[in-house]
Ligand binder design. Structure first.
Ligand code: NAP
Ligand code: ZN
Ligand code: ZN
Length: 347
């Protein structure tokens, strides 16, 4: 066993605090890398507070993990000691089901292994995430990090990046499309960057008027304050796609009004409570509501390489790990510009 340090929640009521635990020994196909930076995703907060149900404690969150390889197993082909490495939301999957074979490991039909708050494929060894010093992962679930990108600002690509890249690619969002990004937080700001890079006209739909200047700096063409009834009404029937990144309960029926005929409302935000959608909100204009979860390993690598080619990273605010609990409080208020990243040297 490899002893390591991390920050864990012991129950859904307790704040994160230092915790010692073990990583497995480096197996023949494993890569061990020391973690330099880990992004803070709103999913971390949902899960440590058990808002989605079924949380496993103690929980070491973190699935936007980047660092440097310190050891590799004797069968490892892709990595050598000293290489940059990254892991996102998955550390394993069955590898044999139809989806795994298509590189859609995030939709593994048997059940993939989440990076934390999950179990290894033996279904009994808990997984612990990136708010920690070091991690051991099968090489197939370790991504290559392009050296040209700022490492700390690359961390959020592993979840916020791929979660927005994947649906925009799937629905072929690009030139000639009007894309609305709903919610300008960690996912939202990456959605804006990718939407712009793919050639769409991008509008940010936000509850925070103070984010308008930032939205424009990120490349957005338009900004709508959703709390302003006049602005909301003026945006009716405008968009081919809405990329919905909102973390809290909201009324989908209202936003569906903003779609054009045949428009698609894509849910990536994961509010804990289900929401009622009226059939009428879909029928008038043949609209769809859809969802998308993170991304598979091949597409995650494709996204990282795309980011290197287009010089795209996340806009980050670096924090010390001891400030993680107050960072969560700010995140809850929508006060993130636009992703917290933990400097793991502070652990
Ligand atoms: P975040 O940084 O906290 O951003 C969420 C944004 O949503 C806020 O900044 C705010 O933007 C907006 N918002 C918050 N409450 C709202 C409300 N009541 N009504 C309308 N807008 C509201 O969170 P994140 O890390 O981007 O994650 C967003 C959601 O995606 C979370 O639920 C997370 O669990 C989920 N997620 C899903 C996947 C997936 O695979 N599908 C992957 C990662 C994360 P404004 O200030 O602009 O309004
Ligand atoms: Zn995430
Ligand atoms: Zn599978």
């Amino acid at each position: 066993m490899i002893p390591t340090k991390g920050y864990a929640a012991q129950t859904k009521e307790t704040p994160l605090a230092p915790w010692n635990f073990n990583r497995r020994e480096v197996g023949p196909y494993d890569v061990q890398f020391d973690i330099d930076f880990c992004g803070v995703c709103h999913s971390d907060l949902h899960q440590i507070r058990d808002e989605w149900g079924g949380s496993i404690f103690p929980m070491v969150p973190g699935h936007e993990i980047v660092g440097r390889v310190v050891a590799v197993g004797n069968q490892v082909k892709k990595f050598r000691k000293g290489d940059l490495a990254a892991t996102g939301c998955l550390v394993d999957s069955c590898r044999t089901c139809e989806n795994c074979k298509r590189g859609l490991e995030q939709y593994c039909l048997v059940g993939g292994s989440q990076t934390y708050n999950g179990y290894e494929q033996d279904r009994k060894t808990p997984t612990y995430g990136g708010y920690s010093k070091t991690i051991v992962v099968h090489e197939d679930f370790v991504l290559r990090v392009p050296a040209s990108l700022d490492l700390a600002a690359t961390a959020p690509l592993l979840c916020a990046g791929i979660t927005t890249y994947s649906p925009l690619r799937h629905w072929k969002v690009g030139k000639g499309h009007k894309l609305a990004v709903l919610g300008l937080g960690g996912l939202g700001h990456m959605g804006v960057k990718f939407g712009v890079a793919f050639g769409a006209e991008v509008t940010v739909l936000s509850t925070s008027p103070s984010k308008e200047a930032d939205a424009k700096k990120l490349g957005a063409h338009k900004f709508v304050v959703t709390k302003d009834p006049a602005q909301f009404k003026a945006a009716r029937g405008s968009f081919d796609f809405i990329l919905d990144t909102v973390s809290a309960e909201h009324d989908y029926n209202q936003y569906l009004k903003l779609l054009k005929t045949d428009g698609v409302h894509i849910c990536v935000g994961a509010p804990p409570t289900p929401s009622a959608v009226s059939a009428f909100a879909l029928m008038g204009g043949r609209k769809s509501i859809a969802g998308s979860g993170i991304g598979g390993l091949p597409e995650t690598q494709e996204m990282l390489d795309f980011c290197a080619a287009h010089n795209i990273v996340s806009d980050i605010e670096m924090i010390d790990i001891k400030n993680i609990n107050s960072a969560y409080e700010r995140m809850l208020k929508g006060d993130v510009r636009y992703r917290f990243v933990i400097d793991m040297a502070t652990l």
